[in-house]
Ligand binder design. Structure first.
Ligand SMILES: [Zn+2]
Length: 268
């Protein structure tokens, strides 16, 4: 592989057991759109769907058609977290397929089963290990598919740029999660991160180190902005997010609030 190789297209991206179907909901927050993942052992008579995506029949019908190709049935629908660009289509897909919806947050489940840290979801001939990944949101999980040495990261790690700490997230949790994902990546030899938005990440350790360094850098900038007299989150954003498109400043404000909470918790 050389550096001149263009990134692989997102829609239709495949590993031996996973296929990406890109939802048509691009935006500054969702990048190219939401990545819906179909996972199955080759030859299996069933398939697992991760993150059906937003509401919208066109994408859900396409996911359904792709999932049941070759007489397969949908065994389970899993959610990396409850944000609507990942979860809003789940109920409709469950209706189309009869499959249960498993999520960390009981409010997003359809059926008895959840997704808790350490659970192993066995379906479609595959084993998916669940890792609690709070931070971006309180209910975020990552899913490890060891057979392909890949990790589905939801919004915890994105294919481009960095993620936002949501109104339901927490920066201290997020930093711990990134550290745990880094340890796991080393221990399990994970070769690829498959995010909820944006292209696939072929350098997992480099990406996680970048994420950790980026958070430290932003924290230093927030400390500096406070020292320079900034008082409110919008003032801090205007001072330190000059490199970020203005359409993302409202989201940056959540991140700044998360950073202020984090610094206050640590008495810094
Ligand atoms: Zn999200």
């Amino acid at each position: 592989m050389t550096e001149s190789v263009p990134p692989a297209p997102i829609d239709g991206y495949r590993t031996p057991r996973a296929t990406c179907l890109l939802a048509p909901n691009p935006s500054p927050m969702t990048l190219d759109g939401t990545n819906t993942w179909l996972i199955a052992e080759p030859g299996s008579d069933s398939v697992v769907v991760v993150d059906p995506g937003p509401e919208g029949d066109e994408h859900l019908r396409r996911v359904h058609a792709e999932a049941i190709k070759g007489d397969r049935r949908v065994a389970k629908i899993l959610l990396t977290h409850g944000h609507s660009d990942h979860s809003a289509g789940a109920a409709r897909l469950a209706e189309l397929t009869g499959a249960p919806v498993q999520a960390a947050d009981p409010a997003h489940r359809l059926g008895a089963e959840g997704l808790a840290d350490g659970d192993v979801v066995t379906a479609a001939g595959c084993e998916l290990r669940v890792l609690a990944a709070p931070g971006h949101s309180a209910d975020s999980v990552c899913l490890l598919l060891s057979a392909d040495s890949v990790l589905f990261t939801g919004d915890t790690v994105l294919g481009r740029g960095t993620t936002v700490i949501g109104t339901d997230g927490n920066l201290g949790d997020y930093l711990r999660t990134l550290g745990q994902l880094r340890d796991l990546t080393e221990a399990r030899g994970i070769g690829l991160l498959l995010p909820g938005h944006g292209p696939m990440l072929t350098d997992p350790l480099g990406t996680l180190d970048y994420y950790l360094a980026h958070r430290e850098e932003r924290l230093d900038q927030v400390r500096a902005a406070l020292a320079a007299g900034a008082k409110t989150p919008p003032e801090i954003v205007a001072m330190i997010y000059t490199d970020v498109d203005r359409s993302l400043w409202p989201a940056a404000e959540w991140s700044v609030r998360a950073q202020l909470d984090y610094l206050a918790d640590r008495g810094a």
